[in-house]
Design a protein around this ligand. Structure first.
Ligand code: AMP
Ligand code: GLY
Length: 422
């Protein structure tokens, strides 16, 4: 089989790393990819929004599966584009169509879906510029902290959590007046959920589903979960507080109603569903749906997957997901992200990178590139270092040890990944 993976981060490197091990693989391509994926696959210089060139490439290279890493092409309708085009409709896209991708593309759509299908989530109301006075009145009825969410995609920056009512009202006014562009034309105001977050993943063919291992992402830049939100500074899988009882609750109260809702609404979802959960007093609530895998969660989940990923894709394509047995390593996985000084605010690129011998860890590239055969930094998140071991602590020891062997000016990382778990 020939496969094209779309994206260029650590998540896509991990996906390519897993697919490269498949006994069914003929040729693997990544567009645009990064220096890490270049070891495993052929990187193709086509932009993610250039559907026409991507389609042309897929036809020429006889691609069987197109796996879409990030959300933007899905929200922009890449799956529909391939399906509607006679010459590409045989290419199987792992990723939902435009309508289903609204689960991530519009918070208002997602909340409405959850309400309609009785999926536990924070209470909320949505407002636009014309209803701002009612939004202020609604805020007056709530107690702090206040949660404001720009409806559309805002690269992880569209959620504000604030304590002061007046400041919240002015932030709301800024949002409705263009602070996040069109993404903020509608704002969801919701109840604050005080609990512990969990990343949960389901893979579906639209009928059946498989549950992947859960993960915990460490989103804040600072140790002890302090400071600004980032794309993710580290992750672990499995998560120690997720026992059988909680897993069962998540499946019964969240996964099954979500799948039933998709069918009832005729949404024909194919691909990964990333359910961002808040666990409050041992009860799961959905904070958000994402229509893709998480980053850096993928870097701890896929290394634990024993089953051949292309066999799973084939089962999805042939509606046989219910017949396939998916197996995972008993080993635990942990990953630590190396970032550039200044991230998630302004940072410098093009710092030279030196890598010595790495033992017992996998180095995924997230933001690197070559300039004249020199590997240099090219992003806020630069590397993601994953290890597998008998327990999370040993896995982290291995990642932290190997981090000493990767150096660039301004290298930063959190030294406390997993600090809150046993
Ligand atoms: P999101 O961009 O939707 O992932 O939200 C960013 C972060 O805001 C989440 O990871 C949570 O930590 C936090 N968050 C979002 N919604 C809520 C909520 N209703 N209650 C508490 N925290 C929230
Ligand atoms: N790690 C969170 C995300 O991928 O959105």
């Amino acid at each position: 089989m020939n496969v094209l993976v779309l994206g260029s981060g650590g998540r896509e490197h991990a996906i390519a790393w897993k697919i490269a091990q498949s006994k069914h693989l003929n040729k693997l391509y990544v567009a645009p990819g990064n220096p890490g994926t270049a070891y495993l696959a052929e990187n193709i210089d086509i932009k993610l929004d250039d559907f026409a060139r991507l389609a042309e490439f897929c036809i020429q290279s006889k691609i069987d599966y197109l796996l879409v890493g990030p959300e933007v092409p899905l929200v922009d309708g890449i799956a529909d584009y391939f399906l509607q085009n006679q010459s590409t409709k045989h290419i199987f896209v792992i990723g939902p169509n435009k309508e289903s991708a609204q689960l991530e593309g519009s918070k208002d759509f997602a909340k409405d879906f959850m309400l309609r299908h009785k999926i536990p989530t924070a209470r909320y109301k949505s407002f636009s510029k014309s209803s701002i006075t009612r939004a202020y009145d609604f805020l007056d009825t709530l107690t702090p902290p206040y949660v404001l969410k720009a409806d559309g995609l805002a690269a992880g920056k569209g959620v504000l959590i604030m304590n002061d009512l007046d400041e919240t009202k002015s932030a709301l006014s800024e949002m409705l007046n263009g602070r996040f562009g069109v993404a903020g034309e509608i704002v969801v105001i919701e109840e604050f959920l005080d609990g512990i977050e969990l990343s949960f993943f389901v893979l579906t063919d639209g009928n059946d589903y498989v549950i992947l291992p859960e993960a915990k992402d460490y989103k804040r830049i600072g140790e002890g979960d302090t400071g600004l939100n980032t794309g993710g500074m580290g992750a672990v899988s499995p998560v120690s507080f997720v026992d059988k009882d909680l897993l069962q609750k998540i499946e019964q109260k969240i996964v099954i109603p979500t799948m039933a809702g998709l069918k009832k609404d005729d949404m024909k979802y194919v691909g990964f569903i990333f359910i961002g959960l808040m666990i409050v007093e041992n009860e799961p609530y959905v904070i958000e749906y994402n229509v893709r895998l998480g980053d850096p969660e993928t870097e701890v989940i896929l290394p634990r997957l024993k089953t051949d990923l292309l066999e799973i894709f084939e089962a999805i394509k042939t509606n046989q997901l219910n017949t396939i047995k998916i197996e995972f390593e008993d080993k635990k996985a942990a990953t630590v992200v190396l970032v550039s000084k200044g991230y998630p605010e302004a940072y410098n690129n093009a710092k030279n990178i030196e890598i010595d011998t790495i033992e017992n860890s996998i180095v995924f590239h997230a933001g690197t590139k070559y300039i004249d055969e020199e590997l240099v930094t090219n992003g806020g998140r630069v590397f993601v270092i994953t290890s597998l071991a008998e327990n999370i602590k040993l896995a982290l020891d291995s990642s932290y040890k190997n981090i000493e062997n990767i150096n660039f000016e301004g290298k930063r990382y959190r030294k406390d990944i997993g600090f809150d778990l046993e």
